[in-house]
Design a protein around this ligand. Structure first.
Ligand SMILES: NC(=O)c1ccc[n+]([C@@H]2O[C@H](COP(=O)([O-])OP(=O)(O)OC[C@H]3O[C@@H](n4cnc5c(N)ncnc54)[C@H](O)[C@@H]3O)[C@@H](O)[C@H]2O)c1
Ligand SMILES: [Zn+2]
Length: 369
């Protein structure tokens, strides 16, 4: 499989994404970046560290003078400034300087936190992304958005910080729980829906290979997602326009994530939010009814939810309105013109949102019917 994708920033080559099936090529690839004589700090979490930190360390020792590991407790609730502060303290205590490097080894939580730490330390040091969840491989490790949650708000504090390298070893995905794995499919389906109808069809045709984590299918799927994401972030690195389409499913999705106090996984909330956005697209006359039902039902085989219980729709709306992406003009929504084509809409009304949430909200009355 081994292949490489070049990601550009301002039309110039910025970093490579390597698609591999093991860690074997990591050491030599990092060595080529020219970090000889410097130190590296692996930042990882308590679930990923015991599985992969040693293997990654052995590789990184080929490229760095010394390799340290900083581990924090796994979980979204730890993607916060306290942990960033603790990680920064670790770097100071180990006398890291401006030329030293951070390597993020883990899912989106680790990547976001480690990248943000790298952006802060001594006004910014280099960092490498080694994503180990499907979600991190296809989404969070690409594009340079980093940050932490603050005061219950998702990704409220952060920075754009481009990695020097993204190294994807797809074999790490085998140790994910089914739930963690399928959470990533929420984002994979999103790419097909917003920008590549042929890819959406491909996902459905290769569903069984995806269920079985068949290496070639998985490799192709991840590479395709990275190409799509790279295409968007190259055109709009700092989210002034096109990049907003990547928020498909996230407007209501993030609100649900917060409402449920992060009990649901990110991709699960994205699936629920996507059903709402597809519903609004139908009601605004953009999608056909059949398209809406097909989009909704396609989350099901990937173990993603399309209904939710125990929510107060009005509270969800309040959370949507308080999201950092909401402006004085209102809430910006990514909707679908058709499968494979997204549009940004600033005129989704509260009633439309409430109706959409009504579609996913499973109540006691529904249960009795
Ligand atoms: N920066 C971006 O552009 C961007 C994009 C999308 C999502 N995100 C962020 O990503 C986060 C979600 O990422 P995630 O779903 O990867 O969550 P996560 O990092 O919390 O990982 C989920 C769980 O899986 C464990 N894990 C990770 N890799 C493993 C492996 N290979 N084997 C066994 N266990 C493993 C982790 O320890 C964790 O418990 C959210 O905070 C979201 O905001 C960021
Ligand atoms: Zn997301």
């Amino acid at each position: 499989m081994s292949s490489v994708l070049n990601v550009k920033l301002n039309k110039k080559p910025c970093y490579e994404i390597m698609f591999e099936k093991s860690f074997q090529a990591l050491g030599p690839a990092v060595k080529e970046l020219g970090f000889a004589g410097t130190k590296c700090c692996i930042i990882t979490d308590s679930s990923v560290g015991p599985l992969y930190a040693e293997k990654v360390t052995n590789q990184l020792k080929k490229a760095f003078k010394e390799v340290y590991t900083y581990t924090f407790e796994a979980g979204e609730e730890n993607k916060n400034l306290d942990v960033v502060r603790d990680a920064l303290k670790f770097l100071v205590e180990h006398k890291f300087n401006r030329k030293d490097v951070i390597a993020a080894v883990g899912g989106g939580v680790v990547g976001d936190l480690a990248g943000f730490t790298a952006s802060l330390y001594m006004r910014g040091i280099d960092f490498i992304q080694i994503p180990t969840t499907l979600l991190a491989c296809v989404d969070s490790s690409v594009g340079g958005k980093t940050g932490v949650d603050f005061d219950g708000y998702k990704n409220m504090i952060g920075a754009f910080k481009m990695p020097r390298l993204v190294y994807i070893n797809t074999s790490t995905l085998k140790s994910l729980t089914a739930r963690q794995y399928y959470s990533g499919m929420g984002e994979v389906l999103k790419y097909g829906l917003i920008m590549d109808g042929a890819f959406y069809e491909w996902i459905l045709e290769n569903m069984y290979g995806i269920f079985d984590l068949k290496a070639d299918i998985l490799g192709e799927m991840i590479e395709r997602c990275c190409e799509l994401k790279a295409r968007v972030v190259e055109q709009d690195p700092f989210e002034t326009g096109l990049r907003r389409t990547l928020n498909f499913g996230h407007t209501i999705g993030h609100a649900i994530e917060k409402y449920k106090n992060f009990e649901l996984m990110h991709g699960e909330c994205v699936a629920l939010g996507s059903v709402c956005a597809a519903y609004i697209s139908w009601k605004k006359g953009m999608l056909d009814m059949e398209d809406f039902y097909e989009i909704r039902d396609m989350f099901v085989p990937f173990n993603l939810p399309i209904t939710i219980t125990d929510i107060d729709p009005n509270d969800i709306i309040e959370l949507v309105k308080s999201d950092k992406k909401a402006t004085d003009k209102g809430v910006s929504f990514c909707l679908l013109k058709k499968v494979g084509k997204a549009v940004i809409s600033d005129d989704v009304t509260e009633q439309e949102m409430l109706d959409a949430i009504g579609q996913i909200h499973f109540t006691e009355d529904d249960a009795k019917e």
